[in-house]
Ligand binder design. Structure first.
Ligand SMILES: *Cc1c(COP(=O)(O)O)cnc(C)c1O
Length: 374
């Protein structure tokens, strides 16, 4: 029996990526600028709509770092961040020597809880510091409660940084994720819904802001014949080779979303009849998730571990949900608001194989493990 590894989420090429990369070689645009970078940015702008301006960067983390710089986050400032997320959402706060203030999740989308968010803002202001930004994440592709979070952002005049690293192709009330933040970011790392082998983007609302991102991400060179600098710059621009992969991937993005959503329905169908398993799904018609990763919550930690190990024994990769940032040793001294929703999800939750390249035969192997287990 074939026992080759089934990955949680692996790169899935569409076919034309190499054509764009070959073009880059043929024209010697082997550099962090060129026609593929421009083309990829236009592809993303067209896809997202809403008159956004996209700057292609070396990673989603770099995009978050620049987003916080653009929002003037400095040493000793406070930045609010969803606790249940990948560490890359929070690390850029630390790069700037600012303090993250972590917020619990709500039960429906597993994203930032609006009630805990407002409680945190009120308390931080009472303690003498108004947070500089709110980093909200669409976990596993599931849109966060945008209307509620936006209302709070407006009430207290604190901008939203939308971490849409996992949610390209998701929508909320018909609008694409990646267009909701005052500043938004995307990631094209190897495991994401589309990949450039490594890369990211910052989505800006104005051309001026995008130009500033390009300026900062290419070492902040002033307009002079020699190297003249009046700002600290970064080497964060995307390479024209990687952007070529991105252009090929954009051609298959919608197909990948459809395939990931099929995986979700495959699991949803299986668990429909099972007691004690809760699948992450859209709470209302307003939400449309790309279902980047299909995730479930079991009724205990022990059961979650048993299932994870049952998959592991069959060479099938699964992964516990993101460990909340307020439980991470590196952030243990940071303020936290909420209760134990994200902690419980972490204890009992599991991400299942979700690649858009999962084969029928692989799904059968997954189903066999599930059937034996339940
Ligand atoms: C992947 C990811 C990032 C970081 O993106 P990179 O391109 O890997 O730097 C940020 N936030 C979330 C939620 C992610 O999943």
């Amino acid at each position: 029996m074939n026992n080759s590894k089934i990955w949680l989420s692996s790169p899935h090429m569409g076919g034309n990526e190499q054509k764009y990369v070959q073009e880059a070689f043929d024209t010697n645009w082997v550099a962090p600028l060129g026609p593929n970078v421009n083309g990829f940015e236009i592809d993303l702008e067209t896809y997202l709509g809403e008159n956004v301006h996209v700057a292609a960067l070396s990673s989603g983390t770099a995009a978050l770092h620049l987003a916080l710089i653009l929002l003037d986050v400095k040493q000793d400032d406070e930045v609010i961040c969803q606790s249940m997320t990948f560490s890359a959402s929070a690390n850029p706060i630390a790069y700037l020597r600012a303090t993250p203030v972590f917020i619990d999740s709500e039960r429906e989308t597993w994203n930032m809880c609006p009630i805990a968010l407002e409680e945190a803002i009120v308390d931080r202001i009472a303690k003498g510091k108004k947070p500089k930004a709110i980093i909200a994440v669409h976990l596993y592709g599931m849109p966060f409660k945008y209307d509620e979070i936006k209302t709070i952002s407006q009430k207290y005049q604190i901008p939203i940084v939308e971490d849409s690293a996992e949610a390209l192709g998701s929508t909320y009330k018909g609008k694409k994720c990646g267009t909701f933040g005052d500043i938004s970011i995307l990631s094209f790392n190897g495991n994401k819904i589309i990949t450039t082998s490594g890369g990211g983007a910052l989505v800006a609302k104005t051309k001026e802001l995008k130009d500033e991102v390009v300026f900062l991400s290419t070492q902040a060179r002033d307009n002079a014949p020699h190297y003249q600098h009046s700002h600290i710059g970064y080497n964060y621009r995307m390479s024209n080779i990687c952007a070529g992969i991105g252009r090929g991937q954009m051609e298959v993005l919608d197909e990948h979303v459809a395939l990931r959503r099929e995986n979700h329905y495959f699991y949803l169908n299986f668990f429909k009849e099972k007691e004690g398993v809760n699948v992450l799904f859209e709470p209302t018609q307003d939400y449309f998730s790309n279902h980047w990763l299909s995730a479930i919550e079991l009724d205990s930690y022990e059961k979650r571990e048993a299932l994870r190990l049952a998959f592991e024994a069959e060479n099938i990769e699964t992964r516990p949900l993101w460990k909340p940032m307020h439980l991470q040793p590196v952030f243990s001294n940071c303020p936290y608001y909420g209760s134990d929703v994200s902690e419980k999800l972490f204890d009992k939750g599991l991400c299942l194989p979700s690649g858009s390249n999962l084969k029928e035969e692989e799904k059968n192997r997954i189903k066999a493990v599930l059937e034996l287990f339940f």
